[in-house]
Design a protein around this ligand. Structure first.
Ligand code: UD1
Ligand code: MG
Length: 457
């Protein structure tokens, strides 16, 4: 049976107090609407129709999904009116699943259950019992049978005592839904066309109605304010933290841990407080991450020690750190940093688009950009590759077992032969031969009997 999905995302989100549309605000690194779309995309729907209105251009440019199309709701006259805008884009048969763009953690399994409950002929409502149902539409029953959904503002005191609420998600037979939508009225407290009024219309039609309970509260929580966004973020992070801890990862404090993407971890991984993982991050067995590290798009092999305050950002190219390496504290690995086994990168060292072979070390205050560094190289404190001539980038090649003294400038393109030693303070502009000491600096002189100037009286 053909499934179509309608996502309502036209509302203003006034309480976000933001210049940007509410549904583009991010939860764990992905926008609210993109999360809903990613879940919707797993349901193999014919089409995903997103209703946009406030900030429509920005919303439409800000999200993607297969078989996605947009319809606009220029004036926001209510949720029923929002779905009416999608009617011309819906076929006449099959099932329509209606979602909210600001309920980001709805689970695909719950939606599948709801679509099955609809079975092309029931009006299937996703409901939940809440300790505090204030603000929600209440599920009004007559015995077991659902008779209506009454909005909080329109509800009588007796109806407000009902704890079972409508979550904003429903699945309906498309042909019937179209008929009910055409009959909505706005004679209610808010003067809006309520989608929830289709329930009473279904009752009047004698159509069967089912209420399916959501799996948990988290999946149906909507976002209306920065506070709710932060609260849902914490719930979500807590779930991720618990999943990782069940798999054996030792988090110093699950409340001070953030994943904004996908983190995979091997056995006996330890993560200290305040670490942020973004994009795709893989941590091998026995990796230890010190406090206050940010790691994005990186693959960290087994037995690596990442010391506190290290910043690793692979952007699109990625970063690789080989087994047994030690990084930081206060190190920075940038896109294309590709480190083999047992590499040491110390404090205030930046590495970008460079390969470091096994056992290479840059322990203090250094820059390696566009460089190939051989095995066991020792790269001295304060040394840099001058890789940019103001217009183009050039490579520096450093052979195995080279010793670069402190405070050297290697002006690229330049090659340092294997086993060479570069004396401290050298500015190297020509290739240095293998195995020899190369010095590029003035000879030290001593002026005998020289006197310091004295102050004139
Ligand atoms: C709605 C339900 C309520 C339910 C609650 C669950 C109605 C009438 N009420 O109430 O029963 O308990 O969700 O969270 O449906 N939107 C548009 N165009 C509009 C109006 C809204 O696209 O003209 C979008 C909003 O951006 C939002 C969604 O529809 O994503 C829900 O609208 P909202 O105003 O939040 O409905 P509630 O009052 O919360
Ligand atoms: Mg709402």
């Amino acid at each position: 049976m053909a499934l179509n999905i309608v996502i309502m995302a036209a509302g203003k989100g006034t309480r976000m107090n933001s210049r940007h549309p509410k549904v583009l605000h991010k939860l764990a690194g992905r926008s609210l609407l993109q999360r809903v779309l990613d879940t919707a995309a797993t349901l193999q729907a014919e089409r995903i129709i997103t209703v946009t209105g406030h900030g429509a251009d920005e919303v439409e440019a800000g999200v993607t999904a297969p078989r996605l199309r947009f319809v606009r709701q220029v004036l926001q006259l209510g949720t029923g009116h929002a779905v009416q805008q999608a009617v011309p884009a819906l076929p006449d048969e099959g099932t329509t699943l209606i979602l909210n763009g600001d309920v980001p953690l709805i689970q695909a399994a719950t939606l599948r259950t709801l679509v099955q409950a609809c079975a092309g002929r029931h009006l299937a409502l996703l409901t939940i019992v809440l300790p505090d149902p204030t603000g929600y539409g209440r599920i009004v029953r007559d015995g077991q049978a659902v008779r209506a959904v009454v909005e909080h503002k329109d509800a009588s005191p007796a109806q407000r005592a009902i704890a079972e609420v409508y979550t904003g998600v429903m699945a309906a037979p498309t042909a019937l839904l179209k008929r009910w939508l055409a009959n909505l009225k706005n004679d209610n407290v808010q003067g809006e066309y309520y989608l929830t009024d289709v329930v009473a219309l279904a009752v009047a039609d004698g159509a069967p109605i089912t209420a399916t309970a959501a799996a948990n509260e988290t999946e149906v929580l909507g976002i209306n304010s920065p506070l709710q966004l932060a609260q849902l973020e914490r719930r979500f992070q807590r779930q991720l933290a618990e999943t990782l801890m069940h798999a054996g990862v030792r988090l110093a404090d699950p409340a001070r841990f953030d994943v904004r993407g996908e983190l995979s971890a091997g056995r006996d991984v330890e993560i200290d407080v305040n670490c942020v993982f973004e994009g795709r991050v893989q941590l091998g067995d026995n990796v230890r991450v010190g406090a206050n590290c940010c790691i994005r798009n990186a693959s960290i092999a087994a037995d690596v020690l990442i010391q506190p305050f290290t910043h690793i950002d692979g952007e699109a190219l990625g970063v690789k750190v080989g087994a047994g390496s030690s990084i930081g504290p206060f190190a920075r690995l940038r896109p294309g940093a590709d480190l083999a086994q047992d590499v040491h990168i110390g404090n205030f060292v930046e590495v970008k688009n460079s390969t470091l072979a096994r056992g290479a070390k840059a322990n203090h205050l250094a820059y390696l950009g566009d460089a190939s560094v051989g095995e066991r190289v020792n790269y001295g404190a304060g040394s840099i590759t001058a890789n940019y001539d103001g217009a183009n980038k050039h490579r520096t090649v450093i052979g195995a077992d080279v010793h670069v003294g402190s405070n050297c400038v290697l002006v690229a393109p330049v090659t340092i032969g294997a086993g060479a030693t570069i004396g401290a303070g050298s500015t190297v502009t020509q290739n240095a031969p293998a195995g020899e000491l190369t010095l590029v600096r003035a000879k030290q002189v001593t002026i005998e009997g020289w006197k310091r100037p004295t102050k004139k009286k």
